[in-house]
Design a protein around this ligand. Structure first.
Ligand SMILES: [Zn+2]
Length: 119
């Protein structure tokens, strides 16, 4: 691909309309792409190579999206579990917050407490 063809020019051209802070390196579109790739856990170093091969690229993006999604799900699940464990019901029926020791009479009370205060 010649250096001056349009896709490459767009990809590596600096974002001219973007106001920048003094002393900061210019943010290029390819840097933005790399940030996005990081989220999808695709190695940013050689993302241009698979991008040339459409089917490989597509399967990689797809796999990355699945990974990111399941990661998000696992995190939500861990959060839910932590919330459940953060409140213990005493024999007298009261709920005690294991973070700060606050006692609530109802389950919903301790639920809203742990949700609002600790997460
Ligand atoms: Zn608490």
């Amino acid at each position: 691909m010649p250096q001056d063809c349009l896709p490459k020019a767009v990809l590596y051209g600096q974002l001219k309309n973007r106001p920048r802070r003094r002393g900061r390196p210019k943010l290029r579109y390819s840097d933005k792409v790399k940030q996005g790739l990081k989220k999808f856990s695709i190695p940013a170093d050689n993302w241009e190579n698979p991008a040339h091969n459409r089917s490989v690229w597509r399967s990689r993006v797809k796999a990355g999206a699945v990974t990111a999604e399941s990661h998000q799900r696992a995190q939500a699940e861990a959060c839910r579990r932590a919330r459940k464990q953060s409140a213990l019901q005493s024999p007298s029926g009261e709920w005690t917050c294991s973070h700060c020791g606050k006692v609530c009479r109802s389950r919903i009370g301790i639920f809203s407490h742990t949700t609002a205060k600790h997460h």
